[in-house]
Design a protein around this ligand. Structure first.
Ligand code: PPE
Length: 307
């Protein structure tokens, strides 16, 4: 990841210098994790810079805010425009976009509704999330001893900062145990998702992925892959499956804005398939990359061009 420290950050409707985008240490968000955010990518396509699925990401941000009773003082259209302006102002052809909404400085105490809502959009360069080689060679993952939050504890459909304390536990554990990423089970022991990605299993040419009820983030890349797979004539089953299904899979891959489509070559040191990227994973990657490179027609309207 490469910070853009000479760049500008959009802060409550105005551009401020990177070093001046600060908040008070007694802001509500610092003490109680009161934030919702997004991760979006802008690609340097053959036809110019384009944001992938901007509308869907902004809609999810507003949904996350709604769940936490946060009122964002801009319309979704205005927010999309602000994201485009931020990319233009920073003159980046390709970047990762991080909008975040949080409760700011006024008072402390769990009750949050007196604190102001602050809105920020930052952009920077972020290469391959799980390493440059991961996209081709795949990653080694371990099933975490930590579970995703049970459905009646934290709302996982909200992409809230506080949910990532759970992800951090799984990520630290997996890295310290020598893996690249951790896979979490849901409270009942079924496969849920990675610390920052959704998961797909290929078995006998059928794609399997856990359904939304299993404590996972409704990933926009997940939804993209389901659509592309169906268009390619592949069968996709959204259903719950147990941990051991991972061990006997033909192929596994992870999806996310940061991770894009990353193959998994082992789980808990058990080799998956041939221990390298599988054929169906490769086909889906090719299709996905052709869209974000702009070599495929913008058939679904998933690209929003910056200029
Ligand atoms: N699950 C989790 C827990 C998650 O964090 C992400 C995105 C996904 C699934 C995939 O969602 P989507 O990006 O809509 O396909 N994780 C973001 C943040 C990663 C980070 O380290 O920060 C991302 O990929 O941008």
């Amino acid at each position: 990841m490469e910070w853009n420290e000479s760049g500008k950050i959009w802060f409550n409707g105005k551009f401020v210098d990177w070093k001046d985008a600060n908040i008070h240490v007694l802001s509500h968000v610092i003490h109680y994790g009161s934030s919702v955010f997004e991760g979006i990518r802008c690609y340097n396509t053959k036809k110019g810079s384009a944001i992938f699925r901007l509308k869907e990401h902004v809609e999810r941000l507003y949904n996350s805010a709604k769940i936490y009773r946060m009122e964002i003082p801009y319309s979704q259209e205005e927010f999309c425009e602000a994201i485009i302006d931020t990319i233009k102002t920073n003159k980046l052809k390709e970047c990762y976009i991080r909008p975040i909404i949080f409760r700011g400085y006024k008072e402390l105490g769990v009750y949050p509704l007196n604190c102001p809502i602050e809105s920020v959009i930052a952009v920077w360069s972020w290469g391959k999330y799980l390493g440059e080689e991961a996209v081709e060679n795949g990653v080694d993952v371990g099933v975490s001893t930590w579970r995703r939050m049970a459905p009646n504890t934290m709302p996982v459909m909200a992409k809230a900062g506080s949910n990532y304390m759970n992800s951090q536990l799984a990520k630290m554990e997996s890295i310290l145990n020598g893996y690249d990423e951790g896979i979490l089970l849901d409270y009942s022991g079924m496969v849920s998702e990675g610390s920052g990605e959704n998961i797909f299993v290929v078995k006998d040419e059928i794609l399997h992925t856990p359904p939304l009820g299993l404590s996972l983030l409704p990933g926009i890349t997940r939804e993209t892959i389901i659509k592309l797979a169906k268009d390619m004539g592949l069968k996709v089953k959204e259903h719950s499956f147990p941990r051991e299904m991972l061990y006997i899979a033909d192929e596994i891959f992870l999806t996310g804005t940061a991770a894009e489509v990353t193959p998994v070559r082992s789980v808990d040191k058990i080799k998956i398939g041939a221990g390298r990227r599988g054929k169906i994973t490769e086909r889906l990657q090719k299709k996905f990359f052709s869209i974000i490179e702009g070599t495929d027609e913008n058939r679904y309207g998933w690209l929003t061009f910056v200029d």
